[in-house]
Design a binder for this molecule. Structure first.
Ligand SMILES: O=C(O)CCC(=O)C(=O)O
Length: 304
């Protein structure tokens, strides 16, 4: 059996175990994990300054993104940096199974850079990030109570590395637009949450985004036009950019001496199909809140 097949079998087993655990322990607590000795306090969150109504209107009908400051503490970011660096160096595999040309921006990065998919199950810090009360509140406000994680990955842009092709995350790729449709006003059905794990600057490849482009989602086929209108997310480690997933965006080239590291968690409502089966990494007993966050226990798709 190839290494990839072994990995897939383990992932499948983990899913079966998680679904069995779900059936046996419908509300088993998070506390088992809390007793661990990794030094992370799962309940100690920083709450940034924001106004929920303003955030929603900016995402839906404004620029399409907001940046919240000081969402994660220095201690949490330090653990995250170490975990992402380690995974990127040792566990990064090309897991982008979609071979269509429109998926090309995800096949990107080298040995110790690029995307690591499905971070959940790789350390409690990723669960803590996912459960941040502010991120949850904003997601529910914009997408509704049933929302859950559609994908959760890190993206490391190493010094000297090129940026990504400009793209949108919802619809996932241009290949999902109906034939001949280039642009169409659509309800906002997905948001991206970019956790700045390192500093984000113009020099080091801070995400570029075209303000307002989410209002009538269009695939940015004309790259020059995209870059002419794009601005870059800038911030300190622990800041978070929340953006409409239909906003045109991409990671930019890193012209600095240091790695640029971000985590993107995409959220969708319970009635949409997720990009990744995020439940695969979640095999230990978890709280009912966390199960909801990973899309376990939804009524759909119905099994009767
Ligand atoms: O890392 C970034 O700046 C953006 C990542 C992204 O847009 C993606 O991979 O879909």
């Amino acid at each position: 059996m190839s290494a990839l097949n072994v990995q897939r079998s383990i992932a499948l087993l983990a899913t079966i175990l998680s679904l069995a655990a779900e059936a046996c322990h419908p509300s088993s607590p998070f506390d088992t994990a809390k007793q661990s000795t990794d030094g992370i306090d799962m309940n100690d969150y920083q709450i940034p300054d924001y106004n929920i109504t303003d955030v929603k209107s900016e995402l839906v009908s404004g620029n399409g993104f907001v940046i919240l400051r000081n969402v994660f503490s220095k201690a949490d970011i330090l653990v995250t940096q170490q975990q992402v660096q380690n995974l990127t160096k040792h566990n990064r595999i090309q897991t982008n199974v979609d071979e269509n040309p429109y998926a090309k921006h995800n096949s990107y990065g080298g040995k110790a850079s690029g995307i690591v998919w499905r971070l959940l199950g790789n350390g409690r810090i990723f669960e803590k990030i996912a459960m941040h009360p502010t991120l949850k509140e904003i997601t529910i406000e914009v997408l509704g109570e049933s929302s859950y994680i559609s994908s959760y990955m890190s993206n490391t842009v190493a010094p000297g590395m090129k940026g990504q092709t400009p793209h949108i995350d919802y619809p996932y790729y241009d290949g999902f637009f109906p034939n001949d449709e280039k642009s169409s006003p659509r309800p906002l059905l997905s948001i991206g949450i970019m956790i700045m794990v390192s500093e984000f600057s113009k020099e080091n490849g801070g995400t570029a985004a075209r303000p307002g482009s989410q209002r009538s989602p269009t695939y940015p086929s004309d790259k020059e036009e995209f870059f002419r209108h794009a601005v870059q997310f800038e911030g300190k480690p622990g800041d978070v950019a929340i953006f409409a997933a239909s906003l045109q965006h991409c990671a930019m080239p890193n012209n600095s001496p240091n790695h640029r590291v971000g985590i993107v968690m995409s959220m969708i409502p319970g009635y949409l199909r997720a990009y990744q089966d995020i439940r695969i990494g979640v095999y230990q007993p978890v709280s009912s809140e966390f199960k909801k966050m990973v899309g376990m226990g939804h009524y759909y798709p119905m099994r009767h």
